[in-house]
Write a protein that binds this ligand. Structure first.
Ligand code: PMP
Ligand code: GLN
Length: 389
């Protein structure tokens, strides 16, 4: 709807798939393994600080870059987990979720016609943010089933119009975690072609099989990388929409110029709570990971037992399934959008069609994404429903 009213850059961007699939789950009463949000809130002590701050303040505009103590907590967290030192006064910016950090980065850095190399499938806001900036996306396919970086395809996507590489690791929707070797290739190209890397690391604490590595830590990358995190993911408060980025002072300043005219500032009373979250013990962060790892295994086992073909998931909230053989066997459509529209009726479960995350839809037409950031009983219910088909 409203297609005719939208400016040419936004043609084709309808309602996000997450809103659509959650609405479908609500309409049909299906178990919602579509939109990626946890169904258990984050740490009580963090929520209590937020509640106290709403009652007692601070409730007015925080400073433009974010409250100083939250910026300090972001810097401490980066030092603790990544071994990277950032100046909280000049190299940290608090944003309205990672979404704003990504959009503000594109708006700040890209001129009309500049090119942004992205790895498809892409998280849904990427293509829209690039388009809103008037830039041009150059997708590089991470091909299923292993989603390995095709180094030649990546290198040939870079032209003299390339300005930014927009990287997401751990990667939504595939669950891929870029290896250190792959990141080294990306870093080398960024340096050789003088590019900026925007590294969306919102799932940094949800890595299962090998460690998460920040590309900002590679030689020569510190001053050309914007690293992005999210309290939604790290503390399971997705509705708070508090995010942060770290970047060298000139880069942060550029992004802040755009950010100040999008939201100016956000979430004043939540910022002290997020600072406390970032200072939680290592045990909190390993607990978050271990909990999700057990959920990944639970869903993977259940879907595999039901005969579904699960791809490897190394991180994030998401398990990707190759639907072809199961769909054929059960007389369901083998095209992921039609499959996901039919699944609530047939099985009482909602998943997200991975096809929508691909520039070349064909490459994802046989894939569906199931979120496992849900209570065990909810996962078991979904599994039982699918096994009963
Ligand atoms: N990047 C990725 C890869 C995501 O999956 C999400 C969804 N949480 C976001 C960015 C947006 O994060 P936020 O809710 O903090 O805006
Ligand atoms: N990041 C979540 C997902 O991928 C949802 C974010 C949203 O609803 N915009 O499902």
């Amino acid at each position: 709807m409203g297609e005719a009213l939208r400016n040419p850059r936004l043609q084709g961007f309808g309602t996000t798939i997450f809103a659509e699939m959650s609405a479908l789950a609500n309409r049909t009463g299906a178990v919602n393994l579509g939109q990626g949000f946890p169904d258990t809130d984050g740490p009580r002590e963090v929520a209590e600080i937020a509640a106290r701050c709403v009652l007692d303040g601070p409730n007015q505009y925080p400073p433009l870059p974010g409250q100083p103590d939250l910026r300090l907590a972001v810097a401490e967290h980066q030092q603790r987990f990544r071994g990277l030192a950032w100046d909280p006064d000049t190299e940290v910016l608090i944003t309205a979720g990672a979404t704003e950090a990504i959009a503000a980065s594109m708006l700040a850095l890209c001129d009309h016609g500049d090119e942004v190399v992205v790895f498809e499938p892409t998280y849904d806001s990427y293509m829209a943010s690039i388009a809103m900036a008037g830039a041009v996306a150059k997708p590089v396919l991470l091909a299923a089933p292993d989603h390995a970086l095709d180094v030649d395809a990546f290198r040939s996507a870079i032209t003299d119009r390339t300005r930014v590489i927009l990287l997401n690791t751990p990667h939504n929707p595939t669950g891929k975690v870029f290896t250190a070797d792959e990141l080294a290739v990306i870093a080398d190209e960024a340096i050789e072609h003088d590019l900026i890397v925007v590294a969306d690391e919102v799932y940094e604490h949800m890595v299962f099989d090998h460690p998460h590595v920040s590309i900002a830590g590679f030689d020569g990358m510190r001053d050309r990388t914007i690293s992005i995190g999210s309290a939604g993911k790290s503390f399971s408060f997705t509705g708070w929409k508090v995010g942060w980025l770290t970047a060298a002072a000139p880069l942060r300043s550029a992004v802040m110029t755009a950010k100040q005219f999008l939201t100016f500032v956000n979430a004043g009373p939540l910022q002290p709570a997020v600072a406390a979250g970032l200072r939680l013990s290592d045990a909190y962060f390993t607990g978050l990971r271990d909990d999700l790892l057990a959920k990944r295994d639970r869903l993977e086992r259940g879907l595999t037992d039901a005969g579904l073909d699960c791809l490897r998931c190394e991180g994030t909230y998401f398990l990707t399934v190759d639907i072809r053989s199961w769909a054929t066997e059960h007389d369901l459509p083998v095209s992921s959008i039609e499959f996901c529209l039919a699944l609530p009726e047939r099985a009482g479960v909602v998943a997200v069609p991975s096809e929508v995350f691909y520039a070349t839809a064909e490459a994802g037409r046989h894939l569906a994404r199931f979120a496992f950031c849900k209570q065990d009983a909810v996962l078991d219910d979904a599994i039982a429903r699918i096994q009963a088909v």
